[in-house]
Write a protein that binds this ligand. Sequence first.
Ligand SMILES: [Zn+2]
Length: 339
Amino acid sequence: MKEQLEAIQKEAISAFESCLDTKELDNLRVKFLGKKGLLTGILKQMGKLSAEERPVIGQLANTVRSKIETALSDKQKKLAESMLEAKMKAETIDITLPGKKNKLGSLHPLSIVENEIKEIFLGMGFEIADGPEVEYDYYNFEALNLPPDHPARDTQDTFYITDNILLRTQTSSVQVHVMENKKPPIRVIAPGCVYRSDAVDATHSPLFHQIEGLVVDKGITMADLKGTLEQLMQRLYGEECKIRLRPHHFPFTEPSAEVDVMCFNCHGKGCRICKGEGYIELLGAGMVHPKVLEGCGIDSSVYSGFAFGLGLERVVMRRYNIDDLRLLFENDYRFLEQF
Ligand SMILES: [Zn+2]
């Protein structure tokens, strides 16, 4: 029986040593130490032993059991450690792998130039005003001296929500809101979307952007208008940039002018881009019509003002030499990534 016990001890210890996972180890525990295990099986035969042999074998059996138990618990610890190690290894971050590229967005060219223009005007003491894109006929036309039958309404055909409510055709509507709510001195610009019922082509879009400017104070003249616009254009296109005012007609300004800017390409000499003119038409401007001032409750015998409306797309196209307006609205990455 002594040999049997020693054999079980040897077998158990070597079986534990070669065991590779916890489940197998548990099976071995049952096999050697369990109620129906090998060691218990031997101890059940103790009754057959003589009185002298029994304590000797009993002691040996205890020693064997404790040795097997120690070996088992050592192995359990080892397995737990190696499993943890394997888990850590599996979860290690491989810093040699190429990283994921996060695509960084950039501002749309319209936003870049709009922000730049806002900065220039803020520097000149202007405030930035905002107004609704869905507008009453009154603010878009009537208050700007364009009564219902005025022919100029034809050139500003737009999208109507009702007979009386429309998508604004010009940011000039913001002028009226500002003058209704604020007493002079007024110095504001109002950038925003405007709408016209135009078919899309290289120079037309049913949606585009304007920046409206309005100054109302005592003693404002055309000279202030010209100086302000000259300052704007020189900041946008360089110190040597000149502007030129040509007489024109707008219902809401009197006198009115179209403003040309010296060609950025030929600097006034005349080239293909300016069609030999040396200047390029960029915006409309004028002195606020007394009727418009009076309509907003401003005494036109005390105050005068100037206003201008600048097409943002034109400035952007000029700035970046873009020859097709549609590029600004198609949202083609290949185009937009260049800015
Ligand atoms: Zn030119």
